[in-house]
Design a protein around this ligand. Structure first.
Ligand code: NDP
Length: 326
């Protein structure tokens, strides 16, 4: 028996509750993990509250991230006692997820927890930090070095945006943060932003080409913001697009691509191959110190997670929520 959040949907009702569950609710896996920490991403909050159709199979234990200890592994890839980490792969959407004391997973989805990180620290980073790292790796692979010029980070106060700023600053990049919450400029500058701009400068329809400014962009916002970011990227620069906080649309022109040779790179964290995950997490473990992670996260219990999900959707939460399973 173990405790977990169970989400159920009927024609009349959408319900999320902490329940005592039996192991036979866990199916389609070869590796049983005792979860020590999980986290609350925006996607998890959508799944718990039912605000968006994240869950594709009911009933479901939500939670796209988890860290814990292997109890059994029938493939032999991991040994009992190994500490592991999981992000995405449809977990918490079509496969029972991390917001429970146990999870049955495929060993091919798991990576070893980096030795420099505790399970709690890994969950303070979560999919948000891991996605930010993938975006930074994309800029590096495109040859954008710190000396090339300024990097724009949109959705700066969000999970992905905050980690993108912290990682870029640690690597020596000059970061300009775009936000709707300019009153949080101090927080963004403490993370490493050198300048903070109001997101309204980017969120309205703009011209096909604007003054060249950014060597690179990390965009978690989409829509007009992404289009304007492309239009103001320097010749040969790159824009890493990972999110849709403003919208899923892309109402722009091909001008930045065919006249300035800029590259628009799509970043997906969910189905990312294991080698990239291991590299991203090793880099995160080396770059982010314990103090930063402690300050950026708040620990709550599994029973508090449902209320926290509603608060997250209501925009009442700053920083990362880490969920202790005991
Ligand atoms: P958060 O909710 O933590 O942050 C999103 C931020 O976007 C907000 O804090 C806000 O930043 C900004 N924002 C919100 N609404 C608008 C708007 N209408 N117009 C412009 N900016 C807006 O989410 P995450 O950082 O966790 O995720 C960001 C996006 O990335 C989401 O769309 C998410 O689905 C996506 N994502 C994609 C992944 C992938 O694999 N591709 C993985 C993880 C996330 P501010 O207050 O500073 O303006």
């Amino acid at each position: 028996m173990f405790k977990g959040i169970l989400v159920d949907k009927t024609e009349q009702d959408y319900n999320a509750e902490v329940k005592t569950l039996e192991e036979d609710v866990l199916i389609n896996g070869d590796t049983l993990v005792r979860v020590s920490y999980s986290t609350l991403n925006y996607k998890d909050a959508l799944a718990i509250t039912g605000k968006s159709p994240v869950i594709r199979k009911f009933t479901m234990i939500p939670g796209i991230d988890l860290a814990g200890t292997v109890e059994t592994c029938s493939t032999g890839k991991f040994n009992p006692g190994d500490e592991v980490l999981l992000n995405g792969f449809g977990v918490g959407e079509i496969q029972s997820g991390g917001l429970a004391q146990k999870a049955l997973l495929k060993s091919d989805w798991l990576i070893p927890l980096p030795s420099a990180l505790s399970a709690k620290q890994a969950m303070a980073i979560g999919t948000a930090g891991y996605t930010a790292m993938l975006c930074v790796m994309a800029l590096e692979q495109h040859g954008i070095k710190p000396e090339v010029g300024e990097i724009l980070v949109t959705g700066a106060n969000g999970g992905v945006g905050s980690f993108a700023i912290a990682i870029l600053a640690k690597l020596g990049y000059t970061v300009v943060a775009s936000t709707g919450r300019v009153e949080e400029s101090e927080y963004l500058k403490n993370l490493g932003a050198t300048e903070v701009m109001d997101r309204s400068q980017l969120s309205q329809p703009g011209r096909p080409l604007a003054k060249e400014r950014w060597a690179g962009v990390i965009d978690s916002v989409g829509s007009h913001t992404l289009v304007n970011a492309c239009a103001s990227t320097q010749y040969g620069g790159m824009v890493a697009a990972c999110g849709l906080a403003q919208g899923m649309d892309l109402p722009g022109t091909v001008a930045p691509f065919i006249l300035r040779g800029i590259t628009l790179a799509g970043i997906d964290s969910v189905m990312r191959p294991i080698a990239d995950r291991v590299e991203a997490w090793d880099r995160l473990a080396n770059l982010l110190d314990a103090d930063t992670l402690d300050k950026a996260s708040k620990e709550i219990s599994l029973t508090q997670a449902i209320d926290a999900a509603h608060d997250l959707i209501a925009g009442k939460i700053q920083g990362r929520i880490v969920i202790k399973m005991d």
